[in-house]
Design a protein around this ligand. Structure first.
Ligand SMILES: [Fe+2]
Ligand SMILES: [Fe+2]
Length: 301
């Protein structure tokens, strides 16, 4: 698919997540496991953090490409509604989250959980956040190929997001959650598709971009949301969704998909990230309590 068709398809398809017909009133009929609520809370926080990711991206040369910024405008809009949908789902499930006193219902005023989002942003925008944002802007000045890196990075993160949501859909016994996440997954697939086509095209045409992207991913890539929430929360989600044998196969499948991008074969990003989470969980807890502490490899608790 050429770049223009790819972008046109995305812009025409972009819309707020359609929640028509979601059976909000049935959510409490099917209690969520504590592991599910912890994963969904993480995902809500990361979806709601998209504007801060966008802020960093717009400090790079990406801001000078009108086609890219058109995509990013729609992407950020859609991610906002993913965060809101998860916030309302958790509110209807009865999950109060620090520091917010309220339980957002499905038809309460938007936006919800404002104090929580503000606190998360303040935590992630400390000294480390500033360094990475300025580092990204500097790298963009030095290497014209950074949009290729950005597109590859985006494709990899969207791939992991849609795989994680798909895993939650497969495992949950809550049909309302399965319905809601299946709707979000449709958007994430479209996001992945856009990033993937752009990454393929830009990496194939740019030798320096391929080398920069490979090095950047190999040295700096981490599971989406790392640094936004405490590392223990990222590890919990990784271990809950990808810690068992099926999770290892899913990680390898995602790595095989990344292998198909020009110049990026053999990185094994997901398998390494999974191994890191397992190692940290093992180091953090005494033998016999390791999986319990890390969230376990099971489908729920
Ligand atoms: Fe999303
Ligand atoms: Fe997405």
């Amino acid at each position: 698919m050429d770049a223009r068709t790819n972008l046109d398809r995305h812009l025409r398809g972009s819309k707020r997540l359609d929640l028509t017909g979601v059976a909000w009133e049935q959510i409490r009929d099917h209690p969520l496991s504590s592991a599910e609520t912890r994963c969904l809370t993480y995902m809500m926080d990361i979806e709601s953090h998209t504007m801060v990711f966008l802020r960093s991206l717009l400090a790079t040369r990406a801001a000078m490409e009108p086609e890219l910024t058109a995509f990013l405008a729609c992407w950020a809009y859609e991610e906002l509604w993913h965060g809101e949908a998860l916030s309302r789902f958790l509110g209807e499930a009865g999950l109060r989250l620090e520091p917010d006193p309220d339980l957002p219902g499905w038809d309460d005023p938007y936006p919800s959980r404002v104090p929580r989002i503000a606190r998360t942003r303040a935590g992630a925008l400390g000294a480390r956040g500033r360094v990475s944002r300025h580092g990204l802007a500097l790298a963009s000045r030095l290497f014209g190929g950074l949009p290729a890196t950005h597109m590859a990075w985006g494709a990899i993160n969207e791939l992991s997001t849609l795989t994680a949501y798909g895993t939650l859909v497969d495992r949950t016994s809550n049909p309302v959650l399965a319905d809601l996440l299946a709707r979000i997954v449709r958007d994430e697939r479209r996001h992945y598709s856009y990033y993937r086509v752009e990454a393929d095209r830009r990496l194939a045409a740019d030798g320096l971009g391929r080398r920069v992207t490979r090095t950047a991913l190999d040295r700096s890539w981490a599971i989406v949301g790392t640094g936004v929430r405490p590392l223990a929360e990222t590890d919990f989600v990784v271990l809950h969704l990808f810690g068992d044998g099926a999770g290892l196969r899913a990680a390898r499948e995602m790595d095989a998909t990344v292998d198909g991008l020009p110049g990026l074969d053999g990185l094994r990003l997901f398998e390494k990230a999974r191994a890191g989470a397992i190692r940290r969980a093992g180091a953090a807890a005494p033998a016999g309590r390791r999986w319990a502490r890390a969230g376990s490899c099971s489908t729920g608790n």
